[in-house]
Design a protein around this ligand. Structure first.
Ligand code: SF4
Length: 219
């Protein structure tokens, strides 16, 4: 199967999926959208109200801001792939629960395998928790590290900047680093350099306060 066909198959399966209780709350599953041949994949937390209505990720105000940030980094919505760690909307926009993350990870794992991106950008604390255990996003945002042969960059969720205007310039600055990070990741993978797994140094005061999700293996 081509990457496009794999993504299509995953989307069809997610739309009728009953693997976790979130299917009770969905109007539309939100499998993800974008290019199957991109080098950059963006992973948020879960669909919100408008995403659930439309079946598309990052619509509404947060989606508009994400498009602005992508533009700042020389990217487009169509040129990258955008998805979430869970494909159905958690009620009242609560965080996805560990059993839901665990049930849904098969879709995200297969999407990552099909696309094989050089860079994964996590948007927000929950998707960051997939790759970094017990980190605080306020300490590691905008920084790159390597996980399973791939660069991962943790960013604030665009909605966070809408709720907290002081974060807006921080998020924009973090996104402005992306072009150079993408080049760095491409070079590392093309030269067959196998970067060591790097996790951010996490002194005690940078550990999460216990609200982070349990880190889940994606591979
Ligand atoms: S959130 Fe994921 S695992 Fe749960 S019902 Fe939706 S597609 Fe299935």
């Amino acid at each position: 199967m081509t990457p496009e066909e794999v993504l299509q198959e995953i989307a069809e399966q997610a739309r009728i999926c009953t693997r976790c209780k979130l299917h009770h709350f969905r109007k539309h599953a939100v499998p993800g959208v974008g290019s199957a041949n991109t080098r950059v994949m963006f992973i948020g937390e879960g669909p919100g109200f408008y995403e659930n209505e439309q079946g598309l990720p990052f619509v509404g105000a947060a989606g508009k801001f994400l498009e602005e940030l992508l533009g700042d980094a020389g990217l487009t919505r169509e040129g990258v792939f955008i998805t979430n760690v869970v494909k159905c909307r958690p009620p009242s926009n609560r965080d996805p629960e560990p059993d839901e993350l665990n049930a849904c990870k098969t879709y995200l794992e297969r999407q990552i395998a099909a696309i094989n991106p050089d860079v994964i950008v996590t948007l927000g604390r929950v998707s960051m928790g997939y790759f970094i255990d017990q980190a605080k996003i306020s300490s590691i945002h905008g920084r790159d590290f390597w996980s399973h042969g791939r660069m991962v960059v943790a960013m604030y969720h665009p909605a966070a900047a809408l709720h907290q205007p002081s974060l807006r310039s921080v998020v924009k600055e973090d996104f402005s680093k992306l072009p150079a990070l993408i080049v760095k990741a491409q070079k590392a993978r093309e030269t067959d350099h196998d970067p060591d797994e790097t996790q951010p140094d996490l002194p005690g005061d940078e550990l999460d306060d216990g609200q982070g999700v349990e880190q889940l293996s994606l591979f």
